[in-house]
Structures are given as structure tokens and as C-alpha cells.
Design a protein around this ligand. Structure first.
Ligand SMILES: [Zn+2]
Ligand SMILES: [Zn+2]
Length: 315
């Protein structure tokens, strides 16, 4: 699904010239004429997401244009089949937005963010074999160290016209919440997602739920052994899976230290130099898309050595 990007950015520069609107002045162009600013976003939640995201699709479209985000996709959450009605509503809103604005064709895409969860809970929820609220799947009861799985198959992807899949780890699949155990468990889940044929982008590497019961095992980026990072790089490269540069949950988050952000970006720059595609993901959960500070993010990314004009995910 990923393609070489230089042509794309040439096309972007054409667009800038044609539009010559307020977006033009906000772009920073390099000597070669490529935009050195974030132009795409492949991780956006709308009010249809199960988790309190509240952006309306029509506001997203309007505000993306104002922010000069030219290529982007909506990605509401799917944990288990329980969330499928949300995805159907998200798709209906998406189709309405595209029908209302023909200029969005080929630029605005329908995607999904799928969680790594246990096959055990996927099966239970599918059979209706549960009690209580399963919005976030079944967060206990699975066998310790359960095999990770996603509640999404190629048939559903084709049937729903899902154009790209973002895969995220949101919870442990181990009951041992010691730092070592969690690092191993998350690595196992990242490797699963990076190797999965249906996952295009690995979301928010080393993200930890703020205010979680267990202490953040990823307080230090360097706490994760280098061999795991090398293994992940190989898996991403071999499977053509992109590595996400996450804005709201990582680069712009108050819960993440500046040191961690620097090291996260250094790792991304290293991945990019090895040929891994990077994908920009705002992970917007806000009422307004304009809440995302793309300028600050662009600056942080460019200063880290990541090149926003090369090998950046685009559809
Ligand atoms: Zn996520
Ligand atoms: Zn997300």
C-alpha cells in the first residue's frame, strides 16, 4: 500500500501553487522545493470511536484543509466485534463527507485502528459469551501470555472498503506487571502486528496508558533492549509495515518526557535510514482537529533528523 514518495511531494508542490491560499504561506519549502512540513495524517478518531473521541467528520474535513493536511485518513477503534457498529457509522459519515466534497477524492481515506487483543476474547465476544461492558474487549480472564490477535480479517477489510489498517498495542496480555515482563509482552505484540499481513502501520510504539494501575514500564526509551528494537526494525522492513510518528499520544503528550521524545525520534530517524516507511499519525481525539499542533510537531520531527520529504506513508 505504500509507494515511493518523491512524486507525491512534487504533486503537493503543484497543489500549493494552484491553491495559493493561506496554506501556502504556512508551508516551509526546502531548496529542492519539497514541503518540509507535515502534509498527511493517518491516525484520526471521530465521534464514532468508542473511547470519548468527539470530532465530527465534517469538521475534520474543513479543518484539515485549513491546516494544509492534504492527504489523511480516519481510523476509529476496533477492539473486538463489539465495536463493529461504530465502524459502520464511521464509514457512513466518511461516505457522506466524500459525497459532499468531490475534492476529497483520492486524498481522504477510510481506515481503522485495530488493537492487539487475545484470540480468546475475540471468540468470547463473537459468541456473545460475556457479561458487563466489553467496549474495550475482555480485559481479564484470558490465558496468561495469550496469543495476540486482531478482530479483523481480509474479508471484512474488503467488504467495508477499509483502505489501510493501523495496529496498536493498548493492553498487556500478561498478568505479570513487572517492568521486564511488560517489556517482553509488548515486544511480542509489536512483532505480531508488524508481521501481520493486514496491518499497514504500527501505532504509537511504547505508548502506555496514562494513569494505568501499573507503573509505566516504558518510562525510559532505553529501557527496551536494543535487540528488540533491531528485531522490530527487521520485521517492519520485511513486511512493508510503516512505523508511526504519533503526535498526541507521544510527541505532544505531557505524560512523555522530553528525553523519551528525543530517543523515540532518533529511533524513527534510524528506521527511516534503514528504509522503513514512517507514517504521521496525530491520534486526534479532540473535538476540533485544529487542536493538533502540526507546526510544533513538524519542527520536532525535522530537528530529529527524520526527513519529512522521504519515505513517508501515503495512499
Ligand atoms: Zn491507539
Ligand atoms: Zn488512536
Amino acid at each position: 500500500m505504500t509507494v515511493p514518495h518523491n512524486d507525491h511531494f512534487l504533486r503537493e508542490v503543484d497543489r500549493i501553487d494552484i491553491r495559493s491560499n493561506e496554506g501556502f504561506a504556512r508551508r516551509i519549502l526546502s531548496k529542492e522545493g519539497f514541503a518540509k512540513q507535515i502534509l498527511s495524517d493517518w491516525h484520526i478518531h471521530t465521534e464514532r470511536s468508542c473511547d470519548g473521541a468527539c470530532l465530527e467528520m465534517r469538521d475534520l474535513v474543513r479543518e484539515a484543509s485549513r491546516l494544509s493536511i492534504t492527504d489523511f485518513g480516519v481510523t476509529d477503534h476496533l477492539h473486538t466485534s463489539y465495536n463493529l457498529p461504530d465502524i459502520e457509522k464511521s464509514k457512513a459519515d466518511y461516505l457522506t463527507a466524500v459525497a459532499a466534497d468531490p475534492g476529497l477524492a483520492g486524498r481522504f481515506h477510510f481506515g481503522i485502528e485495530v488493537s492487539s487483543v487475545s484470540q480468546w476474547e475475540i471468540d468470547k465476544v463473537l459468541k456473545g459469551d460475556y457479561k458487563g461492558d466489553v467496549t474495550y474487549g475482555l480485559r481479564s480472564g484470558w490465558p496468561d501470555g495469550a496469543l495476540p490477535a486482531i478482530a479483523l480479517d481480509a474479508g471484512y477489510i474488503a467488504g467495508m472498503g477499509i483502505e489501510f489498517v493501523v495496529g496498536g498495542v493498548h493492553w498487556p496480555l500478561t498478568y505479570d506487571l513487572s517492568v521486564d515482563s511488560l517489556i517482553k509482552d509488548y515486544h511480542r505484540q509489536y512483532m505480531f502486528l508488524a508481521r501481520h499481513a493486514n496491518v499497514d502501520i504500527l501505532a504509537h510504539y511504547l505508548w502506555w496508558l496514562p494513569r494505568s494501575d501499573a507503573a509505566n514500564p516504558f518510562e525510559e526509551f532505553g529501557g527496551v533492549p536494543d535487540y528488540m528494537k533491531t528485531e522490530l526494525a527487521e520485521a517492519l522492513l520485511d513486511n512493508g509495515c510503516a512505523f508511526e510518528l504519533n503526535l498526541e499520544a507521544m510527541l505532544l503528550s505531557d505524560y512523555v518526557t522530553e528525553k523519551f521524545k528525543r530517543e523515540y525520534l532518533e529511533y524513527a530517524a534510524q528506521l527511516q535510514s534503514q528504509g522503513v516507511t514512517l507514517a504521521i499519525g496525530s491520534d486526534c481525539h479532540d473535538k476540533h482537529y485544529t487542536a493538533i499542533d502540526f507546526e510544533k510537531s513538524s519542527r520536532m520531527i525535522e530537528e530529529s533528523g527524520v526527513d519529512l520529504t522521504k519515505n513517508i506513508f501515503i495512499l
